[in-house]
Write a protein that binds this ligand. Sequence first.
Ligand code: IVH
Length: 667
Amino acid sequence: MPEELLARVKELRHLLHKWNHEYHVLDQPSVSDAEYDKALNELVRLEEENPSLQSEDSPSQRVGGAPLSVFEKVEHTTPMLSLGNAFNEEDLRDFDRRVRQGVGNEVSYVAELKIDGLAVSLRYEDGLFIQGATRGDGSVGEDITQNLKTIRSIPLRLSKPVSIEVRGEAFMPKKSFISLNEQKEELGEEPFANPRNAAAGSLRQLDPKLAAKRNLDIYVYGIGNPATTGVNSHSGGLDLLDELGFKTNNERKKCSNIDEVIEFTSSWVEKRPALPYEIDGIVIKVDSFEQQDELGFTAKSPRWAIAYKFPAEEVVTRLVDIELNVGRTGVITPTAILEPVRVAGTVVKRASLHNEDLIREKDIKLGDYVIVKKAGDIIPEVVHVLLEKRTGEEKDFLMPTHCPECNSELVRLDEEVALRCINPECPAQIREGLIHFVSRNAMNIDGLGERVIAQLFQEKLISNVADLYRLQKDQLVAMERMGEKSATNLIEAITTSKKNSLEKLLFGLGIRHVGAKAAKTLAQHFETMEKLQSATIDDLVAINEIGEKMAEAVVTYFHKPEVVHLIDELKALGVNTDYTGPKLVNVEDIDSFFAGKTIVLTGKLEILTRNEAKEKIELLGGKVAGSVSKNTDLLIAGEAAGSKLDQAKKHGVEVWNEERLVLELNK
Ligand code: IVH
């Protein structure tokens, strides 16, 4: 290969990287778009002519490579959690109180904009961008590396050869959203409801060339594995991210108390509309990583951060009708049909009214003018009726006496507000049960949405969950709006779901009172479907988290002959019925000092990180709690331990230093 060619390719890459960073990250372009495009085209051409020169971090990757047939699943090394919400000043002050109770009064916060896009994780090895993924269910997302490479503000190579996982929000700027929708409307296509959906839709395109056209952008806001970076605060982390070449959002403020945080949040209520991208709130994070560690996490979110959500927008519209829906469990839910109205970024046409009592309480009549908002900025809700706008033409709404789908008589079970259809053959219940079975927390079958299930059910291709595993590709291809490719993908997704661990199947079956968490507990304890099927009420209530009501529901369910038959069918079709997650160990079987004890960690640990200490203690059967109480067995006091040490002394709790802990852990 001629030397000059290699040199030219290197030069072009260097220039394009530099121009890209100047334009998309620093917002300080030094060349015209035309000059950039000319260099990029030359590079693409040279790489095409000399395939051996192609490289993962070449700026040519930005134009998007070959289309994929399916996104691979990616397991996140640390879960991508969401945040708890604050809706007003009081919620923020409560958050601050909880934080200070946990770590003392010396706290500073970083307040930053909550970008309204979709969360992504970006992995770099030795400075090279190797994988980007969606959040998915928090534990498993989808590999969208090729699409993310088209976002010019995502560096393909960092300024230092570090291995790091960063998290950020990919989004579509308002301007790009408006012009994309204009284009879509011209083509007679359905426009996107809001920039968030547009960004998500673009990143879920299988063809990266399409994603490349969508003008997406990103702000990164955190590090997945901060312990490995040597920085000790969130603000330090953001500075490091800047230094490595990432785009962080500059509208952030370090606040030394909650008053400053509140001032920051209220200032953005007014400034928000002028931003070139959408935000849905302000994120507040405890700055010190040590304090973050000390505060830890709840099951869903960190205790060291919170999302302040802007007050919900309220609009007026007319309620034209009330529709009735039959759910998976037979509950009849009335839904308001509204004159379409734009609220908080989307057009709202329907809002759940939950039950008859609520309709009476709010005195809702057909034809009323109503105030509508989105609860938590997501779920449309009728706030109240505008009584002053009544004309006398409005009509009372009466709940039906018979199921709108199967016409059997509706009943109100003891003390329930809901009306139910109790016909087990009701088609609506079966259809909704199938939709639940394939949903994310259940069997998680991609490509099988409500529409496809409803269609398959209507065409009698499926009538129970086992039928899903009998579907053949040609049956799918014959369906309306289903291409060859989607059919192949769907069959593949269905087949993949056969391998799911038992808890997903259990949750999917829709046993009364068994939510996703209880399904996991059951799967962990019984490990196989057979053992669970033969469990008695006593066996079940012996488990801490399982109450009488759930135990009864589980036993009743597994004794139904049709359920026994269904499970046999699923097994015969190759569906896994074993638990394949991490093993649960019985505390009594663990021969360790820590087994069954409640331990609190405080102060700065030097040998272990707080998470490591927690994991090791838990592996040995101990429980790590956040605060000292009379139930605490042991306090581990690191450097500069504060109020927790005082409390431990007050309660007469045994106190160890870190060395003693490490010695005992290694025994
Ligand atoms: S921090 C442990 N910072 O909001 C969670 N999130 O529910 C750490 N988001 O899923 C998230 N801007 O997609 C953080 N500056 C920001 C953010 C931000 C937007 C999104 C993110 C996350 C959701 C929180």
